[in-house]
Design a protein around this ligand. Structure first.
Ligand code: ATP
Ligand code: MG
Length: 338
């Protein structure tokens, strides 16, 4: 559906070459999926996203959306293409002097819809995003979540094939953020719109994305199914992102006084339900003290991380055997201490 082929974007400064914001990125986003782009501030996410509707022209490389080579379009061809691609933003970018209904009507009018079409379509779209009772309100009278709903209504008014979302929930509290993500998922399922979503938070990606690309320094360093990226991150930057999400740091004081072998254990899918830890207690006579733990559900699959301390009162070699057994029966084991 969306093919980015060796995209680079340079921002020359005067006659100097300047910074390369996007560096040779190739991605293929499938029809109907929700594709995430995650990375730290300045990684080049927004610049990359904006090449998809040519708000940013790539310095080199090709953008192909639904068979159309967007990077070669200009003038009316480009305007027509942009109508097939909706976009929403972190700070909503609404017209603050117009009502909610007028904000939505504006994008229909820009696409050349007749007044009769607009009159029937606006209430339909407002109902879809849950804002029927706010049609005559002004943006300043709305909460952040409601403003983003207007942003979404405006972006999907012309039935686009693609919706680009640049940090759509970064300005919202957790609960509102969740409701906006739910709405985006509904739109994706009900209207079949392909969604590309930028976030700096893995939790957002985890909640709705099917696949994700990890960006740092203008490059995509890793790409794949969200579950796999969480379960087996390859790149150091991705590992850090994922471990922030799990947030399984132990207090330093506790680490100082530890006696025994401290393990961080990853359970994937079926193994998340297997009683591996109680097994080692009976088989090897070790005692297992769980200090920290979390199970994440991504899609319908479980991903568990546990931090456990293994000790044996008299035979430390039993601990080594227990560690080997856990290694055999779980997805990944990291020895943190001992
Ligand atoms: N119009 C511009 N002119 C010059 N430099 C730019 C321009 N837009 C972006 N950059 C630079 O390109 C790099 C990538 O910026 P970009 O906005 O794409 O990052 P980002 O990943 O979206 O960051 P954030 O999470 O903060 O939004 C940055 O170093 C930025 O300063
Ligand atoms: Mg950005």
């Amino acid at each position: 559906m969306i093919q980015l082929d060796h995209i680079s974007v340079d921002f020359p400064q005067g006659k100097q070459p300047g910074a390369r914001a996007v560096d040779n990125v190739s991605l293929h986003i499938k029809r109907g999926e929700i594709y995430g782009i995650v990375g730290a501030s300045g990684a080049g996410k927004s610049t990359l996203l904006r090449t998809i509707n040519l708000l940013q022209r790539p310095s080199t490389g090709d953008v192909i959306v639904n068979g159309v080579r967007v990077s070669e379009l200009s003038g009316s061809g480009l305007r027509r293409q942009r109508q097939k691609i909706g976009m929403i933003f972190q700070h909503f970018n609404l017209m603050f002097t117009r009502t909610v209904a007028a904000n939505v009507a504006f994008s229909l009018r820009a696409a050349g819809k007749s007044s009769a079409d607009i009159a029937s379509r606006v209430p339909e779209i407002l109902a879809l995003v849950g804002l029927t009772d706010k049609a005559t309100a002004f943006p300043a009278q709305l909460s952040g979540g409601q403003k983003q709903r207007v942003g979404i209504a405006r972006a999907i008014a012309n039935q686009p094939e693609v919706l680009l979302c640049d940090e759509p929930t970064s300005a919202l509290d957790l609960e509102t953020s969740a409701s906006i993500l739910t709405l985006l998922k509904e739109i994706n399922l009900r209207l079949g719109i392909t969604i590309v979503l930028i976030s700096h938070e893995m939790t957002v990606i985890k909640t709705i994305c099917d696949r994700v690309a990890v960006m740092t320094g203008g490059k995509v360093v890793e790409e794949g199914a969200v579950f796999d990226i969480f379960a087996t991150p390859q790149h150091e930057f991705t590992r850090q992102l994922v471990s922030h999400t799990f947030n399984l740091e132990l207090p330093p004081r506790l680490m100082q006084d530890l006696r025994g072998t401290l393990l961080k254990i990853l359970f994937v899918g079926a193994s998340a339900e297997q009683p591996v830890l109680s097994d080692v207690a009976t088989r090897f006579g070790v005692s297992v003290n769980i200090l920290h733990g979390k199970i994440e559900y991504i899609g319908h699959r479980a991903l568990g991380l546990l931090v456990a301390l293994l000790t044996h009162p008299s035979q430390p070699e039993q601990v080594a055997l227990a560690v080997a057994y856990i290694q055999e029966n779980t997805a990944r084991v990291e020895v943190l201490h001992g």
